[in-house]
Structure formats: structure tokens, C-alpha cells
Design a protein around this ligand. Structure first.
Ligand SMILES: [Zn+2]
Length: 214
């Protein structure tokens, strides 16, 4: 076997794209997944590969290159192919290495960066600010006692103070003749937000009670 007919095999990677190259004696055809480089699309990917070929202008016309590339996106595939070609050129001619490294290190050395993994609750973005919501707390923590038509959230919407367990006591106090204000004061509900919950609810019960009488 002469030196010319020796097959050179190299590989290149970028992100999840993997390119495997075989170089043998030929007439200057470069194929990527069976497609000639002249016809390779998109243009951006084609140019990336052609860029590295400039360094092999004295080698490539007497070679055929066949590249199999899979995984990743089109640009990552082109980068992977670029690295594979760069390595193959260096194997053919050691002097090319210096030139390529001086021009663009990425033509020989794989860029090991990957897409940053998305985090949960981030809608696919890697570093988006988490959006917190406590709405679900309110949605599932209604305390409903049938027969009394009582609908009180377990916690106050505004301040988060637990209030539902106080409601029955509040009703007792009101029924025994105390004013609503006095009942609320005795239960330790000072903030207006919590008071409003109770006041709104007792009014609703009064109304439904009136309807029942007739
Ligand atoms: Zn409150």
C-alpha cells in the first residue's frame, strides 16, 4: 500500500453533533452525508466548512472526503465537520496545524460548551427568573362547611394569617348579641384585610337566611 492510498479517519464534535470523516485518494470531492459540499445547505454551514478547506488547498484536490454527521443542529453539524476536516488535514500535512491554530483554534479543538440545561419552572429557559405564584394556595385552601353556607379561605389573602378556624367562634359571638366589631376584636383580628373576609361572609349568610324565611 502506498502512502497516497492510505485512508485517514478522524472525527469532530460540537454540542451533540458528531462527525466521522474518512479521507482517501481521489479527485477533490467532499461529501457530507452523501451531499457534495457545493450543494450543502444552509449557506452558513457550507461557508463554515469551506473556511477550513482553504488551509488544505494543496491537499484536497487529490483526496476524496466522506463525512457522516449526525445529532445536533445544522450549525453544530457544520462545526463538527469542520473539526474533522481540520484534523484530517493535519494528519496529511503537519505544517497545516500551526496555520490553522493561528487562524482559528476552533477548527481543530472541539468547543466543549453545551446548551445549558433548562431548569424546572423556567419555561425552557436556562436562567430565566423563576416566577413564583401563591395563587394555587388560595385556590385549594377554601374551607367550606355545608349547611352554614360558610366560605372562608384558610388564610387571609392579604396578610396570610390563618383565619378559617376562627370563623365558627365569630358566628357564636355574633349570635350571642355581641357586635361584629367586638367579636372581631376578641378574636384578635386587627387588620382590616382579615376583618373584611369575615364581615363580607356574614352578610352573605344574612341574605340567604332571609330568603329561607319566605
Ligand atoms: Zn389579613
Amino acid at each position: 500500500m502506498t502512502k497516497k492510498s492510505k485512508i485517514i479517519q478522524t472525527s469532530g464534535t460540537r454540542k451533540t453533533a458528531v462527525a466521522r470523516l474518512s479521507l482517501k485518494a481521489g479527485t477533490g470531492n467532499i461529501r457530507i452525508n452523501s451531499v457534495l459540499l457545493e450543494n450543502y445547505a444552509p449557506e452558513m454551514a457550507k461557508q463554515k466548512i469551506e473556511e477550513v478547506c482553504i488551509f488544505g488547498s494543496h491537499i484536497l484536490p487529490t483526496c476524496d472526503i466522506d463525512i457522516r454527521v449526525h445529532g445536533g443542529g445544522v450549525i453544530a453539524q457544520a462545526d463538527a465537520a469542520k473539526i474533522a476536516i481540520g484534523k484530517a488535514l493535519v494528519e496529511k500535512d503537519e505544517k497545516v496545524k500551526e496555520k490553522i491554530l493561528a487562524y482559528d483554534r476552533q477548527m481543530l479543538v472541539a468547543d466543549t460548551r453545551f446548551k445549558e440545561t433548562a431548569k424546572p419552572n423556567c419555561h425552557g429557559a436556562a436562567r430565566a427568573k423563576r416566577q413564583k405564584s401563591y395563587r394555587w394556595v388560595y385556590q385549594i385552601t377554601w374551607l367550606i362547611i355545608w349547611g352554614k353556607k360558610m366560605i372562608i379561605p384558610i388564610r387571609c389573602y392579604s396578610c396570610g394569617k390563618p383565619v378559617a378556624h376562627l370563623y365558627e367562634e365569630y358566628l357564636e359571638k355574633v349570635k350571642s348579641g355581641k357586635s361584629k366589631k367586638q367579636a372581631l376584636d376578641e378574636l384578635g383580628l386587627e387588620r382590616y384585610c382579615c376583618r373584611a373576609l369575615f364581615l363580607g361572609n356574614i352578610d352573605a349568610i344574612d341574605v340567604t337566611g332571609k330568603f329561607k324565611k319566605f
